[in-house]
Unconditional design. Sequence first.
Length: 214
Amino acid sequence: MRINPSILSADFSNMALELESIREADMVHVDVMDSHFVPNLTFGLPVVNAWKKVSPLPFDVHLMISDPDTWAPRYAETSEMVTFHVESAKDPRRIIEKIKTLGKKVGIAIKPNTPLDPYIELLPDLDQLLVMTVEPGFGGQKFMIEMLPKIRRAREVIDADNPSCFLQVDGGVNSETIVLAAEAGADTFVAGSAVFDGVNPSAALQKLRSSLAG
């Protein structure tokens, strides 16, 4: 079970300290939004590169952008994992191949209303499948319970086609919903507000791990 805190909820003015506070996490989840694919605008490649220099952890970059075909390989040059949305990709398989050529891990993300089955054929080449449990664009949203059947279906096809692929959920993850997602088959969890909205991100991270441990 892996927890990748989302720095979308962190204090951008003290990012070195924020990253240090979650050094016990597995990866740092970096939400890149362009205000086109989603209505929010966050940060671009220069900022991600700067934060990477002060991070004690590898980066898991989640691209919520309109042109992942161009940008996903560029983010892969500086990050260990890049996950892009199939809804905005012109040629998902080509993106996967380019990132693999760079020796990096690659994942695809699907929005709540996007069906999983059309993309099952990509699974053998993936390192991660991200099932969104909120509509992408903003932190602090409520976990969509109706996504649990999709998570279960994703677990089935991953176990059948690529057992080493991570099954990640992102959106509304807290100490209660993380248990539901894990029971449905998820093994990698993105938590933003649940980690950074308090005074002690490290303690919040430990609380999430304790919830998973039962």
